[in-house]
Design a protein around this ligand. Structure first.
Ligand code: NAD
Length: 357
């Protein structure tokens, strides 16, 4: 697609606002409209940045079909709005996560059907069910879990989890809303010719992520070190050996650029997108890096009990993406931490009410 109007739902959020600014930088003639209900604490801090870059902001809620009627037909929709926490709905009502991540996405599909817009959907590695992910065979290295050489399941190698990993089993309410959305994207493609690309993202991180205890752990970890606040290793014995790969949001921008340029050819595909083994980290390694970057040492409690939906390791095998597009992540963990740290230091007092709570 060669869009003249791009709609970004969740456009004031971490990923949405970063992509909105990226699109404006890349093609200043493109109209970029960010729609957001500002539910996420800290998203409001992005509004001046969006305004300065010429991104139009619409205060709207994707749970309301009418709110998606923005007075102009987009050619491309980036669906970046969500309740993004995997813990959403545990111990409380799943109402919000269901209404936003599933019903809201269905409303976005209706918009795409009506306008003929292409859709880029940010799905999640959390579509892969919890029990099979927990049964990935692991080795215990000194500072982290590692993927063992021999595995019983399909779709798991030392590179990580590929699209061939099993999909049967419970996966969290959050993960289920995303997989259900993927199923409806497939149906809309079949029934109405919707053109859509799905990226199943592992952890994404970078500046302007309003990290909190249940979502955005890299920003949270750096912020707690900057503001000298306690942290906790939760689950899997409470020693911080659990591992995630982390995708720098700028690498995601590079990917979305390629996918937009080659939209027709890539539509219909589902990709695992993430930082991969090279950009993976355990919590205790992250602590060491945060100490180095910030010069501060904070108290880290140990909570041995594992919460529902916690997994000891997830690393993305993005080789399908590389084969299809040539893309691979270029930013290292060190670059990521330096960028997040520089961002927090540059906005220390404005971010304090959001990140230091
Ligand atoms: N950040 C990650 O690590 C990660 C990993 C995998 C997938 N994703 C997916 O990427 C997308 C973006 O995540 P993010 O990290 O930017 O999260 P975020 O919370 O920073 O951004 C989401 C935005 O959506 C808005 N929003 C929430 N409910 C809404 C509603 N009903 N109507 C309109 N706007 C609403 C929020 O106010 C927020 O600004 C989400 O779909 C998320 O599930 C994120």
């Amino acid at each position: 697609v060669n869009p003249t109007v791009v709609l970004i739902t969740g456009g004031a959020g971490f990923v949405g606002s970063t992509l909105a600014l990226h699109f404006r930088r890349l093609s200043p003639s493109v109209r970029v409209i960010a729609l957001d209900n500002l539910r996420r604490r800290g998203s409001e801090l992005n509004l001046p940045r969006l305004r300065e870059a010429g991104v139009e902001f619409v205060h709207g809620d994707i749970r309301q079909l009418d709110d998606l009627d923005i007075g102009v037909d987009p050619q491309l929709v980036l669906e970046c709005s969500a309740e993004p926490s995997v813990l959403a709905g545990y111990g409380t009502s799943p109402g919000y996560v269901l209404q936003t991540n599933l019903v809201g996405t269905l409303n976005v599909l209706e918009l795409c059907r009506r306008t003929g817009a292409g859709l880029l959907f940010l799905s999640t590695s959390r579509v892969y069910p919890i029990d099979p992910v927990r049964s990935i065979r692991l080795d215990h290295a000194a500072t982290r879990f590692e993927i063992a050489a021999d595995q019983d399941l399909p779709g798991i190698t030392r590179r990580g989890v590929s699209e061939d990993f099993p999909l049967q089993g419970a996966r969290s309410i959050y993960g289920a809303t995303k997989l259900a959305s993927e199923l409806f994207i497939e149906e809309y493609a079949q029934a109405y010719g919707l053109k859509a690309i799905v990226n199943r993202c592992g952890v994404i991180a970078g500046p302007w992520q309003m990290g909190k205890v249940d979502q955005g752990f890299v920003a949270l970890w750096v912020a707690r070190h900057v503001y000298r606040r306690d942290l906790a290793y939760i689950g899997f014995g409470g020693t911080g050996l659990q591992v995630r790969d982390v995708l720098h949001v700028d690498d995601l921008c590079d990917l979305v650029t390629i996918q937009t340029q080659r939209f027709e050819g890539l539509a219909g595909e589902v990709f695992n997108a993430g930082g991969g083994t090279e950009c993976s980290v355990s919590l205790c390694e992250l602590t060491t890096s945060c100490q180095r970057v910030t010069g501060n040492v904070v108290l880290i409690a140990s909570v041995p009990e594992t919460r529902p939906a916690d997994i000891p390791l997830y690393v993305t095998d993005f080789s399908k993406l590389t084969r299809a597009t040539g893309w691979f992540p270029k930013r290292s963990m060190d670059t990521l931490l330096a960028d997040v740290h520089a961002w927090i230091r540059a906005h220390e007092s404005a971010l304090r009410p959001v990140l230091d709570s």
